[in-house]
Design a protein around this ligand. Structure first.
Ligand code: NAD
Ligand code: DAU
Length: 332
């Protein structure tokens, strides 16, 4: 079995490739990744050469994608521009990669009749009020807020149309906020951990009351494997670990675990259009595919993540000054 993983040098994709090659001895994996600012080849160090190939390239490149898809049995599509704050500054790369890139993948899997799994996000559903008892499920209407989430919603809708109109064998998963090793330090949790490790105060947007539904990246990827093994074609599976926490709560836990006072942070400018709350109802994937999260204690998961960033300074330190300088320009 040959699997093509798009965006495999990014956060979730690289963790997925490690999981695949460690747990499935018969698989061969090819990663295609453009190596944008968010991709890091070092995240794929140590993989077995005889079963792993890396191709630097763009998913919008029609010829390259057609050739790589033709050579594979299954495509798992992670590649995307993934950061909301960047999409507010410069939306075009999001439209190009997330919409046009997904279109290229769809046309190639259609031409070669290959199985596709499309990775998406809970942000396509918009946000919930803090006191709303509702959670997102696979029937929730799409209502994206940011250019990032709008382009992910567009990519999901393309996948659904290609399933219905052309019989493409695809599934979709929409997951909540991931944390864990190899996450780019522009994102909330690694930004705060690496701030503390660099002697800088963490930065909290607005009031910090916004809620995210945290899941460890390994739990997300195990769920994706379950969908590949036994998901029904054309179905959408929501992945979440009942991990709702306000940003302030998460930050206070990180501060405590790293031996700092709970109020050792700066309140900075809020994100325009900032979604208030995300919450996933994971009952469909639990019931149909027997998936359950392994990380049920976020404090334990955060502790491991803090240890990883503490022990892998060479992976993130070269990026730190530029990331913070870009945030500083926006008062964040
Ligand atoms: P990431 O930004 O860490 O990684 C994205 C990868 O895609 C990078 O390696 C980048 O170089 C590559 N890439 C970007 N444009 C490309 C292009 N045109 N061609 C080829 N490669 C390209 O993102 P992530 O957090 O790992 O997210 C992966 C996927 O999971 C995305 O589709 C995202 O929408 C989705 N997702 C993320 C989360 C989360 O919490 N991070 C949650 C749910 C879903
Ligand atoms: O819900 C899934 C989504 O989760 C994915 O689709 C996205 O790819 C992923 O980036 C993530 O989106 P968020 O915008 O929720 O994640 P981010 O890490 O940027 O921010 C998490 C929360 O923390 C959000 O409410 C904004 C806030 N925040 C973020 C940063 C970077 C801060 O308070 N301070 C910060 O410095």
């Amino acid at each position: 079995m040959k699997i093509l993983v798009t965006g495999g040098a990014g956060f979730i994709g690289s963790n997925f490739v490690h999981l695949l090659l460690n747990e499935q001895p018969d698989l061969e994996v090819t990663v295609i990744d453009k190596l944008t600012y968010a991709g890091n080849k070092a995240s794929l160090d140590g993989l077995p050469n005889n079963r792993f190939k890396f191709v630097q390239g763009d998913i919008c490149d029609e010829k390259l994608i057609d050739q790589l898809v033709a050579e594979s049995d299954v495509v798992v599509h992670f590649a995307a521009e993934s950061h909301n704050d960047n999409s507010l500054r410069e939306p075009w790369p999001f439209v190009e990669t997330n919409v046009v890139g997904t279109y290229r993948i769809l046309e190639a899997v259609r031409a070669h009749d290959k199985r596709l799994h499309h990775i998406s996000t809970d942000e396509v559903f918009g946000d919930l009020e803090l006191d709303d008892p509702a959670k997102f499920n696979d029937k929730t209407a799409y209502n994206p807020s940011s250019p990032y989430s709008a382009t992910k919603a567009g990519s999901d809708l393309l996948v659904r149309a290609w399933v219905r109109s052309f019989g493409v064998k695809a599934t979709i998963s929409n997951c909540s906020n991931n944390y864990g090793p190899y996450q780019h330090i522009e994102k909330f949790i690694p930004r705060q951990i690496t701030n503390i490790l660099s002697g800088q105060k963490p930065k909290l947007y607005g009031s910090g009351q916004n809620i995210r539904d945290w899941i460890h990246v390994n739990d997300h990827n195990v769920a994706v494997l379950k969908v590949l093994e036994s998901g029904r074609i054309g179905e959408t599976y929501l992945i979440g670990a009942n991990g709702e926490k306000s940003n302030k709560e998460v930050l206070e836990t990180i501060l405590e675990l790293m031996g700092k006072p709970k109020d050792w942070f700066e309140a900075v400018n809020d994100r325009p259009g900032h979604d208030m709350r995300y919450a996933i109802d994971p009952s469909k994937i639990e019931r149909e595919l027997g998936w359950k999260p392994g990380y049920t204690d976020i404090e334990q998961g955060l502790k491991q993540t803090i240890d990883w960033y503490t022990n892998h300074k060479e992976w993130w330190q070269p990026l730190k000054d530029a990331v913070e300088a870009a945030y500083k320009k926006k008062g964040q």
